[in-house]
Structure formats: C-alpha cells, structure tokens
Ligand binder design. Structure first.
Ligand SMILES: [Zn+2]
Length: 798
C-alpha cells in the first residue's frame, strides 16, 4: 500500500527505525550522467545494532567499546552490547499484526481531527499510516526501514565482509574458516568501533569491504517515504546483516538534487537542501540521531568538478578517456542530511595577486584568547576531533577554495575572495576552534533558492551576494561560517527547533562581521543596533502575515525530541510550503540571544558560548540544553528573574512578539544610524505628499548618503506608507542610484510575503523599477530568491 500524504498534514516523516539499528558509515560509489540526469551506483551501509540514543544518559555513549570487545569476539552470536530496548518490539507479532491490518487496506484515521500536536498521532505515522504491504514476508523477520523517496532501487544484498583479504586481523581469529552471519556481523562490529586514532585504517577497511562480493540478495520493498529491507529468518536487528549494499539510481525529478545550468550555460547538479533532505539522493537514516561518517567516490566527465562534504581537498583521478573520479571522506559523525554534493564545470578562483600562502595562516593564541582552550575530554562519541588537537585549535584561518563559473571570476575577485580570510579569522576569535578542517565555497546557479547554505566543509553562496559592495557578501559569509558551529558541529536533536541553528547564526553573523571589518566597539554597536531595527520591522511584519502556529519556536514543548519506539518521528510543518518563506526562527531566535547577551554583558555571554561549544560540539541538543547550561553558568546577580521556564514561556512556546522584546522596543533603543534614517524617511514622506507641480524643486532636495542597511531600513519604513507615487519611486531610484541589481538585493531583505505584496503594488505603479516579463515585479523570482533552506536540518543551514 503506497500511502499518499494527507494534504492537511504538513509534517515531514522521518521513517528510519533508528532505535533498533544505526548506520555508522556510508560508502557511496556513484556515476553522474548529465545526459540522462541520473546519478547511479551503489551505497554500502555499515550498521551497529541496538539503541544507544533512546536514553540520553552518558552511560549509553559508547556501547560497543565500553561493553567490551570481548563480547564481540567470544560471545557471538550475542549482540556485542546489550541493546537498551528490546529489538523484538519491532519484529514481534505485534508489529506484524500492524502490517496485516494495514495491508488489508484498513485506513488509518489518525490526524483526521486536525490535531497535529498530538504526539501519539505523529508517531502513529510510522506504526500504521505509512506501513506498506510487503506481501508474504514472514511474520517474524526484522524489517530495516530507511528513509527513501524518488529513487529506483534495483538490488539489495548482504556484503561478504569476511571475504576481504586481511580482515581477520579485526577478529583476531587466525583464519576465517567457517564464515557465518555472526562472524560477518562481528567483523562489522569491530570495524565500526575502531578507536579514533585508527581512522585511516578504518576508512580503508570500509572501502575494501564495500567492494567485497555479495553473499545473498535481501528482500526489499518501497513506498512513498521509505525503503524496507528484510532477510528471511533474521528476526532481530542483531541477526540482520550489518553490511548491506544497495544498487540504485536517482530520478531526474527527484527532490534532493537539482539539475540545471550554471551562469556560463553549462550543466550542473547540486543538492538543494530541500525539505526532504537527501533521501532522494541515497537511501539513508534521516533522523538526526543517526550520526554517521561517510566516504564517496564520484565519477563524471573529466570537464566537471565534483565538490562534496569531505574533509580532504579532493583532486580528480583520471580514469578511462574523458572520465575522472573524485574521492571524499569525513571522520566526524554527522546526520546524513548534512551531506552535500555539487557537480559542475566550475573554476577554482584565486586572488589576482596570489600571496605566498593565503591558506592556513596560523598564529599562536594571545594570552587574552587563551580561554578558548579547555582541557579535558570531549563529550561526543569518539572521532578525531579538532578540539583535542593543539595545532587545530589555534588555526584562525582554515584552508579554503572558492569555485564559481568562469564568467563570475571578476566578481569573485572583487568581493568574495578577500572576505574569506577575515571572516574565518573573526569567527575563530569569537568562538575558537573551527570544527571543520577545511572549506570549499561554491557560487551556485541562479536558480538556487536561497542566499546561502552551509554543509560540512562546503558553503553554497548565491551569486546575489557578489553584486554591489562587500556588505551583503560579508554578512552572508559570516552567517554561513557560523553554521559550522551552530547547525553542523552542534545540531538540533529535534529539527522543529530550527532556531538553534538559525537564531545563533543570525546573531553571530553581526558579531563576526563587526570583527572582520575591524570596527571599534562604538561602530560595531551602532551597526548591530541598526540591524536590530531592521529585523524588528521584519519580525513584526512576519507575525502579522503568518499563521500563529508557525510562529512558535518550540511547538513540541516537553515532547520535543521524542521519537516513537522504532525511532521514527516527524518534523513539524516540515512540508508546509509557507515555511520556506518564514524567518521567524531566525528572527525570534536572534532576538532571544541578543536579549541574553545584553542581559549578561557581551564578555560573559561569549565566554559562556565558547564553553558551550566546547561541551556540546559533535552532539545534538535541545533548547533546554543551551538554556540550562547558560543559567547554571552565570552569576546569581546577573540571572535576575531569568529561568528556563520563563524563557520557554516568553520566547519559545508562544506565537507573536515575545513580551520582553516588545517592552525593549517600546523603551526605544538609542541608535544614531537608525535616527539618521528616520530623518530621511520624514523628507521622503513630505515629498510623497506634495502635489505633482512642485516635483521639480523637490527632487533637488538633498538626501544623506546611507549605508546599505540604512537604505533597506528606509525602504522598510517607506513601504509602510499607504501609497508611494511613481514620482517618489523614481526619485528614490535616482537619489540612491538604485540599479536593478541593488533593488533585487534590497528586496531580498524585505522578504516576507506580506511585504512583498505591498511592494508589488507600489512597483506596479513605478514603470522604471525592474519588472519581470510576467508584468508583476518579479515576485515569483524574489520569492524564490528569499527562500531560506536549512540542511542540520530538515533543510540546510543557510
Ligand atoms: Zn571533540
């Protein structure tokens, strides 16, 4: 039974049964074909069975290692550690009965009352609504459920890892004579739990195992959102093969990748950070708790560059004529949704005057910055962590490359290239250790639906940031860089709590950018206050023009982060098309963090933030993890009436404008730059009201030169006027030399649908302003431009 989504239900299902079995590593081996717009090949998944995440206690952190390898070696077929939950819950008759009922076509009725807040109903998705009729599959078999859609799955097989030469070293058996399922699973168990300092060896074993022959096809079935795999007779996750290979191909219309042309007209493909993440690129476990590493070999015609979330700066290997291969890997476990790939005919951009070494500039820590360094062990599962590497912790500027279509070379050289080092360095001064060892930045094609997107080791930037002065480029770059810490190294356990990545990145973008520009404290404060004025306008506008239930940052309240017994869950409103236009998570999150920083004082707040990063990098968090640690770490006298409960109530669990923010804005913050704008706005309003005959004299009125953000604020205020006559709009254009590009760029900032409507009306009255061929003022295009997507993600950090 292929269940269609209930159109009134806009939650995104995360189907994988991560409570029973977890992917620890993916090996992708893919060919990219631009003619057919298909990516095809194999993916090999290496599993660890049992549940290490259901209970968030420290004791479940390292099951296989702490429960000792002895179990793996001598007590097979016992599981190598005791699963926290009983794996039978999924493979039992209860489960099978669900199938029978569902397979007989009984309709699920959950959700029909429209109450989507009910967790029982949400989790009901996995237990009945989305189950499929897998035919006579045998009622006792364990079923592996992977998130998957828009893929053609051709074959699923068990991999005979025991056939890899030398693999017996992992088992410490002299020779592998009797090869059994248990032995193969034992090998994988040993492999996935190799200590962090053996990561190279581990990657090499993974690669070799992925090439090993198959040892039996597995039964599989697909439905709208998932791929289900079982092995006859394997009744528990522990018995299920721990290394499987899936042969599959993507579909041209698959929603995880976009096939298009770059600005030079050459074909390219990239992951777009869609609401459905990567499940139409490869079958995977989407729930964020499924943190895994990966490696990928991708082949394409030799004229293409393959960029990917990988910690190595891959170079192509020439294969047969006209084809080359690229290999990338990561050693830090992350949710599969953060993986990104882009293939196109891009050119690496280098500064015009190449300095001796603009990469990896290193400087030792000054004493005042020494508090970045915390002694002690990290709280995450084991991996080769930069926070434990003294030379990595002091690296201000990580190695980076910039790629773009060759036609954008001049624009990259003028703006982007010289901004990367100061922005990276500023981020390091504020937060300390860069969580990722290197960075690629790609200028993505014109149809990219947002200004930017951050993924491990790779940032996508819209070409819009290359136009005009460096301000937009710098702030956007800082925002994406901030996601390396918030959104990627520290992810949200529940993707509904998007503010944990977007609120932080928005707040930090101002702080990084002020440092990158080397502003003095007063200038920095003025600039940040101006930004606050702008965001305040937008937040008010958004609150007026969006559904109330979508204005809540922590809608699941105390149920936040909960998953069903199998591990499946939903992302609230994850499929709601309106959501992509909404900025409430950015704005309310930003104002909350700004409020906390002001309350504590910047020094106290940022010292805490570094400590927080040190404690939680490599892990998933919920809102309370941040707030609890914050309040525990600040002196009583600064805490005043702040409590986790108050912050939940005022900021995170209510719609509309948070009360403390309302009070603060009413008190009227002092900002010289915003005052200047108010003066100019008055002049324009007077002019707009004057009759036409005095036009000539009025256009000679002197208007002050404004900073880019001031100009945006001015337009925000003017748009609050009921009517702006065409004459005024033309004068605006002349006074501030608004080119089409400027106008588009500015409009990216006035982004909420309500505001765009107002703008549309105004602009239809102003023939000299840019229009698109459809006659309305490029609203479609702008709506696309302004869409922000988020990969840490039910969509990528942007
Ligand atoms: Zn660490």
């Amino acid at each position: 039974m292929d269940t269609k989504l209930d159109p009134s239900r806009d939650d995104l299902p995360l189907m994988a049964n991560t409570s029973h079995i977890l992917v620890k590593h993916y090996v992708l081996d893919l060919d990219v074909d631009f003619e057919s717009q298909i990516i095809e090949g194999t993916i090999v998944l290496f599993f660890e069975s049992g549940n290490r995440f259901q209970k968030q206690s420290g004791s479940t952190k390292e099951p296989c290692r702490s429960e000792s390898n002895e179990a793996c070696r001598f007590r097979m077929p016992e599981p190598c550690h005791s699963p926290v939950t009983d794996t039978r819950t999924f493979s039992s008759k209860t489960r099978s009965n669900d199938f029978t009922i569902c397979g007989k076509g009984e309709k699920d009725t959950s959700g029909k009352d429209g109450n989507h807040d009910n967790w029982e109903q949400a989790s009901g998705i996995s237990s009945s609504k989305y189950c499929c009729d897998t035919g006579n599959h045998g009622s006792e078999d364990f079923l592996l459920v992977l998130d998957c859609c828009d893929l053609s799955v051709l074959k699923v097989e068990e991999v005979d890892v025991a056939a890899v030469p030398g693999i017996e070293k992992l088992t410490r058996s002299p020779k592998l004579t009797v090869v059994s399922e248990e032995l193969r699973n034992q090998i994988v168990c040993e492999l996935v739990t190799l200590p962090a300092d053996r990561w190279r060896e581990q990657l090499d074993y993974y690669a070799r195992c992925s090439q090993a022959p198959g040892c039996g096809e597995l039964l599989f079935d697909t439905d709208t959102w998932s791929l289900q795999i079982r092995k006859t007779g394997a009744q528990t996750a522990t018995d299920f093969p721990h290394a499987i290979r899936i042969r599959y191909s993507t579909k041209p219309q698959g929603r995880s990748v976009t096939w298009t042309s770059d600005q030079s007209g050459r074909p390219c493909v990239y992951t777009m950070g869609s609401p459905i993440n990567n499940r139409a690129l490869f079958p995977c476990q989407e729930p964020p708790v499924a943190m895994s590493t990966w490696q990928a070999t991708v082949r394409a015609a030799a004229s293409f560059v393959v960029l990917m979330s990988g910690e190595n700066s891959a170079k192509p290997t020439q294969l047969r004529e006209g084809c080359s291969s690229w290999h990338y890997y990561v050693t830090m476990p992350m949710p599969a949704s953060t993986f990104t790939i882009a293939v196109g005919s891009w050119t690496e951009m280098k500064p015009e005057t190449c300095s001796s070494n603009d990469l990896a500039a290193e400087r030792s820590l000054s004493p005042s910055e020494a508090d970045f360094r915390y002694v002690g062990i990290c709280g995450h599962m084991e991996y080769p962590c930069r926070f434990q590497n003294p030379s990595a912790t002091t690296q201000e500027i990580i190695p980076h490359r910039v790629f773009a279509p060759v036609c954008l070379k001049a624009a990259c050289q003028e703006t982007l290239l010289q901004l990367v080092p100061p922005c990276l360095s500023a981020a390091h001064r504020v937060l300390g250790t860069h969580p990722f060892s290197r960075l690629d930045i790609l200028i993505v094609p014109g149809n990219f639906p947002s200004l930017g997107m951050a993924s491990p080791h790779i940032i996508f930037l819209s070409q819009s940031v290359l136009t005009g002065n460096s301000h937009l480029c710098g702030t956007r770059l800082c925002h994406e860089i901030a996601h390396a810490w918030f959104g990627l190294a520290i992810g949200a356990r529940d993707w509904t709590e998007e503010w944990l990545s977007e609120g932080f990145a928005t707040h930090l973008e101002d702080v990084f950018w002020a440092k990158a520009q080397q502003l003095d404290p007063h200038e920095a404060q003025e600039q940040q206050e101006l930004k606050a004025c702008l965001r305040w306008c937008r937040l008010q506008d958004e609150v007026r023009n969006s559904p109330e239930e979508m204005q809540v940052l922590r809608p699941n309240k105390e149920k936040t982060g909960h998953v069903s017994d199998s591990g499946s869950s939903v992302v609230k409103h994850g499929l709601n098309p309106e959501k992509v236009f909404m900025q409430v998570h950015y704005l309310k999150g930003y104002f909350l963090l700004r409020f906390l920083a002001q309350r504590l004082g910047d020094d106290t707040y940022f010292a805490f933030l570094r400590k927080f990063v040190h404690t939680f990098h490599g892990q998933l968090i919920l809102s309370q993890d941040f707030l609890q640690m914050l309040l525990e770490n600040i002196p009583e006298e600064k805490r005043l009436e702040l409590s986790v409960e108050n912050i939940f109530r005022d900021w995170l669990e209510s719609s509309g404008i948070p009360q403390p923010l309302q009070r603060e804005r009413q008190a009227g913050a002092e900002c010289g730059l915003a005052r200047q704008v108010s003066v100019e706005v008055e002049k324009w309003i007077r002019m707009n009201r004057r009759p036409r005959k005095r036009k000539r004299r009025e256009t000679e009125q002197v208007f002050e030169k404004l900073l880019p953000d001031q100009l945006v604020l001015l337009l925000e205020h003017l748009l609050e006027q009921k009517t702006l006559n065409p004459r005024t709009l033309q004068s605006l254009e002349r006074a501030y030399r608004l080119t089409q590009q400027d106008a588009e760029r500015l409009l990216c900032c006035t982004r909420t649908p309500g505001r765009l409507q107002v703008l549309n009306q105004h602009c239809q009255e102003a023939p000299s302003w840019p229009r698109d061929p459809r006659g309305s003022f490029g609203i479609k295009r702008e709506r696309e431009t302004i869409m922000e997507s988020e990969n840490g993600r039910s969509s990528p950090p942007c």
